[in-house]
Structure formats: structure tokens, C-alpha cells
Ligand binder design. Sequence first.
Ligand code: ZN
Ligand code: MN
Ligand code: MN
Length: 290
Amino acid sequence: MRLGAHESIAGGFHRAIDRAKAVGCEVLQLFVKSSRSWHLKPISQDEVKLFKEKSLETAIYPVSGHASYLINLAAPQKELWRRSINALIVELERCEILGLPYLVLHPGSHLGAGEREGLKRVAKALGEVHRGTSGLTAKILLESTAGQGTALGHRFEHLGWLMENTPQGDRLGVCIDTCHIFASGYDIRTPEAYEATMAEFDRLVGFSHLRVIHFNDSKGGLGSHLDRHEHIGKGELGIEAFRHFINDSMLPEDISGILETPKGDDLHEDRENLSILRSLVIPEERKEVS
Ligand code: ZN
Ligand code: MN
Ligand code: MN
């Protein structure tokens, strides 16, 4: 597993790589546009060139995109639903231009229409996005959510159903967020709880579809449905949960582990959280003995 963090694109896409390098990332996640506004400025050739040169030079790879929070593919209002589809198409195209293999997406919120209705809308919308982006290699990764409000994706069943029922569903992958799954009711704190949770994930979604893990501790307790991230080891999850993920030989080797933990301007928190995660790696020789 390669480890890194979500970094800001303030000052340009290449600046996110500078920040990632400064804190010791091997992988990176960024927004491909401002995450809280619909406004979009086209990406220039120069920006793409600068960004690609820096990623090569620093060997920070892969870089994952994270979709805007305004996108809601489950929206019951036709206008917002359509707008979300169009925005997601543009974001996926931006990933392709920048050479990002993944775009992490929250499946959406049904806003009272019910989970079944909501999931159907999401599958239909994702099908339209796939149809509008044929030939692109950048993939959408559905993120597990805390189930805050009417958010979909807080059960592995939701993610599995979407993979199966989305047109061209083989173009989708999945992202697990440690804070979100815990807040939504999946325990991962003891070896037994972790095994049971991940066996269920494998049965309903499949390890082979897992491309990214968001490593966040949780301010909320088990089943609290609170989407509030905490520093690694400082929240309700605790350090052991992360040790299980980091040393799990069942997970695909080329997975990205990405921090989305709170931070200030000098980013020292990222450096600390990354070194905590790295300290959890159990060397191969010791694993075989135990
Ligand atoms: Zn997310
Ligand atoms: Mn996340
Ligand atoms: Mn979150």
C-alpha cells in the first residue's frame, strides 16, 4: 500500500504535488476543481504540463481526484440531477486530462425519496456519465459514507448494488473511508471485528474493486452516522484499526491509503499522521512467525 494525503490545489494543480512532497506522500488526492462551487475554469496546456512533470519528478503516483460535494446523483429534483451528471462528466474529463486514474465520489443523498429510489437514480445517472465519457480510462470510485442525513453508500450492499446495476458498471471501483464505515456501524477496532467487516465487504463488493482507502479516525462513535474526521489514533477508532488495514495481505497491493485529517497551514499534522501510519507496518519476517 502506498500512503499519502489529500492536499489543496490553491495556487495551481502542481502546488498540490509540492505540498504532498513536503509532507512525504507517495500518493495524493486533490479536487479537480473548487469543491464547493459549480464554477469552472478550463485547465490550460501549461498547467497540465507542469503538473505531469512534477508528478514524474516526485514519483507521486497515482494521484486520485475527489469529486465536488455539490454533485448529487440521487437528487429527486430533475434539474439538480441533470446538473450533477453534467458536472461529473466534466470532472471525469479533467481527471483524464491530468492523468488521474480515479475520481472518488459520494454516491449521493436521496433527500427523502427513500434508499431504493435514490440508488436507482444514482445507477441511472452513472450510466449517463459513462455514456457521455466513452473511451476515457479514468474511473469513478464510489466512496462508503457515514450515512449522515439521507446519504446513500453507508451499507456495503449499496455499493455492491450500484456496481451491479450501473450501465458499464465494470468501469466503477470503490473507496473505503475508515471514519465513514465505523460511523455507519461497521466495527474494525479488534482483529475479530475487522475480519468480520472486511469479509462482508469482500462478499458484497469484492476486494478486487477496492482502489483507495481514506484513513481517518472518527470523532463519532460506532453507528453514530457522524461524518467528522479525527487525527489517526486520536478518535473513537484508535490506532489498532489502522494496524489491521496496513498489514492486511488480502487487500490488493497497489491500493492508495489517503489521509483526510484536519490540518493547519504548515501541514505538520499530515507529516505526523503519515509517520504514525508507517510505524504500524509489521515487517514480513515477524508476520510469518506469528
Ligand atoms: Zn469523500
Ligand atoms: Mn473520505
Ligand atoms: Mn468524510
